[in-house]
Ligand binder design. Structure first.
Ligand code: ZN
Ligand code: ZN
Length: 324
């Protein structure tokens, strides 16, 4: 039984043709993969900017690392190193490949650790990059755990000076748990949005599973039905939860998720401008600062990988406006 339910639009194969067999890494960045030199050449125009940046950041970081290993003086400060390491990760994520995203997470986590960063001291908004990158990798549990850890720590500012290993406090939280995140302290829609999206992903999956059971259920043997159901989920949370996977009727959980999504969205809109408004602003012509634009581009990609999510939010927004 395969458990490859790819919902992400990340590329796994050759950067030019998508083929996944016998791939070689790009000679420049060592990150993008290709079938052969012709395909690498054909992709040069699209790839060269990221490729050059990755190479440059890698070289810069290696210079710092080599010098510090040998205790030699180097004209690069820790901040400059972290800055380069962050860019290295960001450019790897820009490749939009699974491999690039996985490597990016490692860099971001190192920046977090070495920079002793935590809520209140997070330059580059690294927490957002980590959350969205984990989400795009379909690592919903990790993403949820990270956000929960980050947000929880944000509520105890006094602990933060001591808490330099925030990321090691991840726990296996359940995405089905009640929404208890401390919303008042969050002014960051980009941490709320992935939680909404992960819950929606779960909700849509359960709805699809129940529809499948209703349509084919009475006619097919249980083992085959299990197989069919197994292929439906796009949320990694369901695949990791045998109880959800086996159940024939998820209606109670569906109602809970609908309530949670509604209340999350309501709270999110109270915290900051409307999510829908932000999504609409994500076009090339709107005048937004580079920072906001970057965030929106990142989050926008994530909305695309959950089909129906934007429509669902638009409907929620319309419902809320009706009662104002
Ligand atoms: Zn190819
Ligand atoms: Zn390259």
């Amino acid at each position: 039984m395969s458990n490859t339910t790819v919902t992400s639009r990340l590329l796994d194969g050759c950067g030019h043709c998508g083929k996944t067999e016998t791939l070689l890494p790009c000679t420049g960045c060592d990150a993008m993969l290709y079938c052969n030199q012709e395909h690498q050449a054909a992709h040069v125009e699209t790839h060269q900017q990221c490729c050059k940046s990755i190479k440059k950041c890698r070289k810069y970081c290696q210079k710092y690392e080599e010098a510090s290993h040998q205790n030699l003086p180097v004209d690069i400060s820790l901040d400059q190193y972290l800055d380069a390491r962050m860019s290295w990760g960001y450019n790897l994520a820009c490749l939009l490949t699974t491999r690039g995203h996985e490597e990016a997470i490692k860099h971001y986590m190192e920046v977090l650790r070495l920079g002793r960063l935590g809520p209140g001291n997070s330059w580059f908004n690294i927490h957002r990059f980590i959350a969205w990158t984990l989400f795009e990798l379909d690592k919903d549990h990790d993403c949820y755990d990270f956000i929960t850890a980050w947000v929880t720590a944000a509520c105890r500012e006094s602990d933060l000076a001591e808490d330099t290993m925030l990321y090691t406090r991840f726990r296996r939280a359940s995405l089905l748990e009640a929404v208890e995140l401390p919303w008042k302290s969050i002014n960051d829609i980009r941490l709320v949005a992935p939680v909404i999206l992960m819950k929606l992903k779960l909700l849509f999956d359960l709805q699809a599973m129940d529809t499948t059971t209703k349509v084919v259920g009475p006619k097919v043997p249980l083992e085959i039905l299990d197989n069919i159901r197994f292929y439906v989920p796009s949320s990694s949370v369901i695949l990791a939860n045998p109880e959800l996977l086996r159940s024939n009727d998820h209606s109670a959980t569906i109602v809970i998720l609908q309530q949670q999504t509604r209340s999350l969205y309501k709270k999110a809109t109270e915290v900051r401008v409307h999510l829908t408004k932000e999504l609409k602003q994500n076009d090339r012509h709107s005048i937004v600062s580079r920072h906001i634009k970057l965030d929106l581009e990142f989050s926008h990609n994530c909305w695309v990988v959950v089909p129906g999510a934007t429509d669902y939010i638009n409907k929620l927004q319309a419902e809320m406006e009706k009662y104002v």
